[in-house]
Design a protein around this ligand. Structure first.
Ligand SMILES: [Zn+2]
Ligand SMILES: [Zn+2]
Ligand SMILES: [Zn+2]
Length: 298
């Protein structure tokens, strides 16, 4: 089944979005019943995970964040689930992918998109098999180097020999420019994460920027800042307050948000040095700390 065919499958979901649009249209002073200015809200982003590579709590750690009872301080490995009226996809399948899908009741995926091949972003790959039930192919999107790593690490899935019924049927799509998932355009944003190049993604619908996901980054080139300029939502790496060699700290993430003039910013990929309730109080009101299970309508 390709992405266009999946539209039929998702009529129910589409209906839900139509209803949501209608509710918002009723509240929005600029909207009218002729649909002349339909509000642009038809993507749902669920934060599957917001933690750094070891997760929070960390094994064997007795710090106040690892022992916190605030559910927002329980962080599984970073990933998002995106639902549009036409189709749905995840960005990255980290070590906690299975438990994240169970927690958020993810039952259907039309594609998987990768940022890079670090283990905290790919090690849930084998659990994608459930989304290939009935011999359904699963399109996999990644940069050339990330795809090469996926094909090496999970050679048993890509080499065409493991064809037991119900096993994962990945179809590689090497990303070298913007591409469409349903009617959402995904624009790759190459950023530096130490020596690794990572693809962040800008989501655009009907030519309008909706959201940007930059999970792991340390340097964002000027042209990428221009590409994401003015986006209403930025989800960005902010590991901790102290600087780190390969991840943004809070000040760097805030600096990007200001340089790009984005709307609301959500921090992700957080480590056990960040106590949600305390850290969020110190941030400006338009910058918030993401947490597992958070849903944004954009
Ligand atoms: Zn990571
Ligand atoms: Zn700790
Ligand atoms: Zn990484």
């Amino acid at each position: 089944m390709d992405l266009r065919e999946c539209k039929q499958d998702l009529r129910g979901r589409s209906g839900r979005f139509q209803a949501m649009r209608a509710i918002i249209a009723g509240l929005h002073p600029l909207c009218n019943d002729r649909g002349a200015s339909t509000p642009m809200v038809d993507l749902t982003i669920t934060f599957l995970g917001t933690g750094t590579s070891q997760g929070v709590p960390m094994i064997g750690c007795d710090c106040k964040v690892c022992l916190s009872s605030d559910p927002r301080d329980k962080r599984t490995r970073s990933s998002i689930f995106v639902e549009s009226p036409e189709c749905s996809w995840v960005i990255d399948t980290g070590t906690d992918f299975r438990t994240q899908c169970l927690r958020e009741n993810v039952r259907h995926l039309d594609a998987v998109v990768y940022t890079h091949s670090h283990t905290d972003h790919i090690m849930g790959f084998d659990d994608l098999r459930v989304f290939c039930k009935g011999g359904r192919n699963l399109p996999i999107y990644a940069s050339g180097p990330t795809m090469a790593d996926l094909q090496r690490v999970f050679s048993f899935a890509f080499d065409g020999r493991n064809r037991f019924p119900g096993y994962i049927l990945p179809v590689p799509h090497v990303v070298d420019g913007p591409f469409l998932l349903g009617e959402t355009e995904l624009v790759p944003l190459p950023v530096k994460h130490g020596r690794t190049e990572v693809f962040g993604y800008l989501f655009r619908r009907r030519g309008e920027k909706r959201a940007v996901y930059l999970s792991d980054c340390k340097q964002v080139p000027d042209e990428v800042v221009e590409t994401l300029r003015g986006a209403p939502v930025l989800i960005v790496d902010a590991l901790r307050h102290r600087p780190h060699p390969t991840h943004f700290c809070f000040d760097e993430a805030l600096g990007l948000a200001r340089a790009a003039g984005v709307g609301r910013t959500w921090f992700t990929h957080l480590c056990h040095e960040v106590l949600h309730a305390e850290a969020e109080k110190e941030l400006p009101p338009d910058v918030r700390i993401g947490y597992d299970g958070l849903k944004l309508e954009v």
